[in-house]
Design a protein around this ligand. Sequence first.
Ligand code: ZN
Length: 617
Amino acid sequence: MGAVADPVLGQLQYGQVQWLPGPLERQARENHRLLLSLDEDSMLRPFRVRAGHAAPGSDLGGWYDADAFAPGATFGQWISALSRYHALTGHEPTRDKVHRLVRAYAATIEPDGRFYRNNRFPAYIYDKLAGGLVDAQCFAGMGDAVAALAHTARAALPHLPDRAMPRNEHSQPGEDFTRHAWDESYTLPESQFFAWHLTGDDLYRALAIRFLYDDFFSALARGENVLPGKHAYSHVNALSSAAQAHLSLNTVMHLDAARQGFAMIDAQSYATGGWGPDEHFIEPGSDALGASLDGTRSFETPCGGYAHIKLTRYLLRITRDARYGDSMERLIYNTVLGALPLQPDGRAFYYSDYSRHARKGFHWDRWPCCSGTLPLVAADYAISLCFTDLHGLYVNLYAPAQVAWQRGGIACRLTMTTDYPYDGTISLQLSIPTSLRFILRLRIPAWVSTAHVQVNGRSHPAICEPGTFAALDREWQPGDRVDLQLSMPLRLLKVDSLHPQTVALLAGPLVLMRVLDAGAEPEGAPGAESEAEPEGEPPAAAVAEPDAAPAAQPDPDLAPAARELLRARELLSARRPYATARDWQVQTPHRTLSLRPFMDIRDEGYRVYQDIADDAP
Ligand SMILES: [Zn+2]
């Protein structure tokens, strides 16, 4: 056969996945419920006020208001997320809310785009609105959304720059924010390609091409690391535009840019998969990642998570390389799933804190960017779970769920049961009406030491090579059951090569974070075996006033027990007291330490990286 490239893996529809109780299901349910509860007049106020229309209801506050930092910036993402939750659950009140909001929003659009005048983020907001209107049509059956999209594009166009512009072209004092580039025009192509595919209107194709950030992409494609100093989240998000440009225009350079750019980001990531301390990329090979552990703004979690998961989904579908799935799950379990839930008053989790005495907190402003992306992240777990090709099904994430798909017109269903990633046992129950040949592929993470597959209780000879998909090619029978057993080895990862004694402990995909105190739990609550927090501990910088310098937490201020250096072998001896425990324990000569995954940490102090007295093996 000639060198015909494999076609891109097919993505499931949201409605093909039904979650069963688990961490992914929990975060999706919480965000769906929160968006359903938001007052519609309040959501619409920035658009109505700026159009000079009557605007009943109260302001949401924070970044969102008509004269605030980013007016209505998350509205489009909320429309997207509600549409995707409708597709996921079939919930009719969710669809009705999308239809009401889009209709009311459409009534505020004016041809001269008054909304975008004196607005810091015309491209950012247009991008999110376009995405929301495309999704309202695709996932919530809102036929009028396409017309609202066309009006939105016409209104925004005079206020968009001529090309993708660097974000660091800051505004001048007193400027009226109409033409400057402190905006993210370089993330626009992805939504414009979607709009083009949906409508066939060449205007959107032209806009997509106009905003391709080809200076940036071609440098990455040549292998030049031009990331240092760049705003982290928005440039990772731009790589999804490169991936979509490759799919839409068949350009090799854009795929090279996405792959090379991702590899450069991966090389400067924390053990959690997060990147971009203080929202910026660092110099490769420098000590900046280790040095960043003195700060608290370690990773812009919901936005960064959204961009990273979307990019790895593209790259996995295009290349079929299982390691993009490894990267995706590492980021899901160690960052976004541990985000504090978005609150009805707009308090939102923003930065993950990897300082030596870290604590979770909300952003100082209500309704920041991350309140738009967290609901999208949680909705999109469903389309990252499994993929299809001509030969069968790829299972990428391991989570309790039912997946329905068609094969040769035959309805198939797979029910996944697992306590992953706490446990490496995954059961897959197949439900098909008749015998059927196809290949079931299971992701074998690169970090496993051993992996075994059984079919109907008998060992299966599938090759379980770490970092690949194991292929089970078989004439499947109704009721067949597959059991996958992945080892979850403990291992240490250095923060960077210049800090060999600063390490994170991992169990399978989970980073185990050292619990430093019991947080605000009542006295005598579980966790009393952990070290006590000293009296008068200052609040975490993540909840401090805007633009306060990150409050370094020098070790001498910590309780003596929290300063104690561990040994590598002590960390690697971490065990759970019983099989289903959520905490691991390390015994030192002086005490028992608790280690906990990020998604199980609430308000207790924690430490991601441990300073050890000897070098990691
Ligand atoms: Zn954000």
